[in-house]
Design a protein around this ligand. Structure first.
Ligand code: HAM
Length: 428
């Protein structure tokens, strides 16, 4: 997903299948995405949480036995001490584990940026290591928190300038609602299974809920006519869901009710949601998703603690930004590049003084010719070249060249930082 100067196809080692390097200058966009999210999350009152990249496998097994991410895709290993560990496949279980371990005072509002590992079939937008930005709130089941967490994610996409991201919401009900509904759904699907093949029948028997958002063309008719979970919600779940919708309406956040939205984790209860980008291929169009998980803390042997959160895939967000032509590379990477025509250490003093003054400055190394250094200055993308030649050095001055236009002027050394700063400030 990155454009490099020239990949060497014969390089003996490559990043493992399904992973990729993020190199400068592309990494600046990553930094902008993370900074935008961090700023928003802090404004919403969330604090950064950092958990280990690996956990005891059991922490993730608590997420649910029929969750594919856990059942089929985990990177698990036994360490030298004989412990069964797993690389984090998703961000919620570690946060809940940390909550149960540290028992912070609820409501506990955290945000994270972290890599996740899933042994999936790699394709565009689907990787074996992907990064998520996420937020979780533990300790409150108030529907206002559902609205807040959805708002945080929605504001993030807006802040990046993405305009083709749709919010889909659904409710998975409370476990008892869901159990009742699954029986009704299974009966419907099996009653209409004739001619749809053995796989349909098996899945209808084993995981009727997961079948609901299957993409197989011939099944769509039956799936579309299937009874909906939101029609089988108990009073509590129904009231909660209505309140969430009203809260989103009050904030003017547009959403679509999506009764067939079934997210891939067993831990979800009541509100679930997904953000789909219409700028991406339908198969990998989820740029984020989340929901409530009101029983997960108990499954981790903690006190009953409601929770809600979301994860946003950074790589997919960047693909969506490319597709919508937003978050484009902005301005030069450097303010100044120093060219040393003297070779006595003065260039180091100048470049350090520029940096100390707050400018982004760099230089060439290794005694290159002045011509070669000018080339590097051009390639560096700096706004200004700062040339220290013998004649200028004798006058305690430097020649400053605006690299875009070639226009050049001599400036006393002690004024160079201020001079460049003034020009940068007046630039359009
Ligand atoms: P998830 O839907 O599995 O949810 O992942 C969240 C987001 O991560 C997806 O919407 C997508 O943007 C991105 N993503 C997932 N898998 C990949 C992949 N293989 N390659 C690239 N991007 C990917 C969770 O992980 C839940 N922990 C979210 C959550 C938080 N629910 C409650 N709290």
């Amino acid at each position: 997903m990155t454009e490099h100067d020239g990949e060497d196809p014969s390089a003996p080692y490559r990043a493992p299948t399904g992973t990729h390097d993020v190199l400068p200058p592309d990494s600046r966009r990553w930094a902008r995405v993370v900074t935008a999210f961090a700023g928003l999350a802090e404004r919403f009152g969330y604090g950064l949480i950092i958990t280990p990249v690996f956990e005891h496998s059991e922490v993730f097994q608590r997420v649910g036995a029929s969750t594919d991410v856990v059942r089929k895709e985990m990177y698990e290993f036994v360490d030298r001490g004989g412990r069964s560990l797993a690389l984090r496949p998703e961000g919620t279980a570690p946060v809940v584990r940390a909550y149960v371990q540290h028992r912070p005072t609820p409501p506990w509002k955290t945000w994270y940026v972290a890599p996740n590992f899933r042994y999936e079939r790699p394709q565009k937008g689907r990787y074996r290591q992907h990064w998520q930005l996420g937020a979780e709130v533990l300790g409150v089941d108030d529907p206002d928190v559902d609205v807040e967490i959805i708002t945080l994610a929605a504001r993030f996409y807006e802040a990046l300038g993405l305009q083709h991201v749709r919010l889909l919401v659904n409710s998975m009900g409370q476990p008892a609602d869901r159990a009742r509904y699954i029986d009704v759904l299974r009966a419907h699907l099996l009653a209409h299974a004739d001619g749809l093949g053995e796989e349909f029948r098996t899945r209808a028997e084993q995981h009727p809920l997961r079948l609901l958002d299957a993409k197989v063309e011939e099944w769509q008719d039956v799936l579309e006519r299937a009874p909906q979970l939101t029609e089988h919600l108990g009073d509590d779940a129904r009231r909660h869901f209505e309140r969430v919708q009203a809260g989103l309406d009050e904030l003017g956040i547009t959403y679509e009710l999506s009764p067939r939205l079934v997210r891939g984790f067993d831990y979800y209860t009541s509100t679930t949601f997904e953000f789909a980008s219409d700028a991406l291929d339908a198969a990998q169009n989820a740029v984020g998703g989340g929901g409530r998980y009101d029983s997960l803390a108990e499954k981790m042997h903690g006190p009953p603690t409601p929770g809600i959160g979301f994860g946003i895939g950074i790589e997919r967000v960047l693909i969506a930004c490319d597709a919508e032509a937003v978050l484009l590379p902005e301005g030069p990477v450097l303010d100044a590049f120093v060219i040393d025509g003297v070779g006595d250490g003065t260039a180091s003093v100048i470049v350090t003084a520029l940096r100390d003054s707050g400018l982004r400055a760099d230089r060439a190394y290794g005694g290159r010719s002045v011509k070669a250094q000018w080339k590097l200055a051009d390639r560096s993308g700096a706004a200004f070249g700062v040339m220290l030649g013998r004649a200028e050095a004798d006058r305690a001055a430097v020649a400053v060249k605006r690299l875009a236009t070639g226009e050049q002027i001599e400036v006393p050394r002690e004024h160079v930082a201020g001079w460049i700063r003034a020009r940068l400030e007046e630039a359009p």
